[in-house]
Write a protein that binds this ligand. Structure first.
Ligand SMILES: [Zn+2]
Length: 267
């Protein structure tokens, strides 16, 4: 095992962040966001996804609430349009007509680039068919919150990596970023190992020594993307997890930048 070089001067795209919080009620306000962006830039982050306030409630959203949350995410992105890449947040249980209209609205009106699913329902629920159809129609990847449900339970709403696999069986062309590598664990990596359209992001829980190397070994380096889950997880610590991994500089560059640029279509 080589001694990692704990320094990085290359560019970073953060594929998983909640710059305005998760709940609306904990919105830190624009001055915090401005400082957060400045600090991220000092750490080398050039672009950052904005996944929205996706735990405004756990499930059972109204159409009005989903539109409000996506509008707030668009407002955030407008504050730093060259930095934030907003994702369209959805509750699949609202039905196919609303899902397809809201994805089209977020794409055409707000310039969103991707979809985020949280815990409104399990990703293998047939209600998500409309989500994947809308993703295909707008050429969006779908980020799916996932974690080992034998640890966290509530599988009606929480998605296990095995459920990502099930969802893909009906939508083999869908492009998925499976969130939370450290929540999915080694078994979660194994569950999606032969699904080339599934990438995993490095966020979730505390850094876990060896897990990024395991994902790169079994998925290939092109299917691992850096994600921080900031501001809930410390951005510098999450960057450090990749810096400290036993990967080559070319592999770190792929994880930090190239893979997310490709998946999100960022020039
Ligand atoms: Zn998150």
């Amino acid at each position: 095992m080589t001694t990692p070089e704990v320094r990085w001067t290359g560019p970073i795209i953060d594929a998983h962040a909640h710059p305005r919080g998760l709940h609306v009620t904990d919105d830190p306000g624009r001055p915090f966001v401005d400082e957060f962006v400045a600090r991220a830039r000092r750490l080398g982050v050039e672009k950052m996804s904005s996944l929205g306030e996706v735990l405004f409630r756990a499930s059972g959203y109204s159409e009005t609430e989903i539109r409000m949350l996506n509008d707030r995410n668009a407002e955030l992105a407008s504050w730093h349009p060259d930095f934030f890449v907003p994702f369209c947040f959805l509750d699949p249980m609202l039905g196919a007509d609303f899902v397809k209209d809201e994805v089209r609205r977020c794409h055409e009106v707000h310039g969103f680039r991707a979809i985020k699913l949280e815990i409104a329902c399990n990703v293998s629920n047939p209600a998500t068919h409309a989500v994947f159809e809308a993703a295909e129609a707008n050429d969006f990847p779908v980020m799916v919150h996932a974690s080992r449900t034998d640890i966290i339970g509530n599988r009606d709403h929480q998605s296990d990596p095995a459920d990502v696999r099930t969802a893909l069986s009906a939508h083999s062309g869908a492009r998925i970023i499976m969130a939370h590598l450290t929540g999915a664990g080694r078994r979660g990596v194994w569950d999606v190992r032969d699904l080339p359209n599934v990438a995993v992001d490095t966020s979730g829980m505390q850094p876990d020594s060896g897990i990024i190397e395991y994902a790169v070994e079994h998925l290939g380096v092109d299917r691992v993307v850096f994600g921080s889950d900031a501001y809930y997880r410390d951005l510098a610590v999450q960057i450090g997890q990749v810096l400290g991994a036993d990967l080559s500089d070319a592999e770190k560059h792929a994880v930090f930048y190239d893979n997310t640029a490709r998946i999100l279509g960022l020039a």
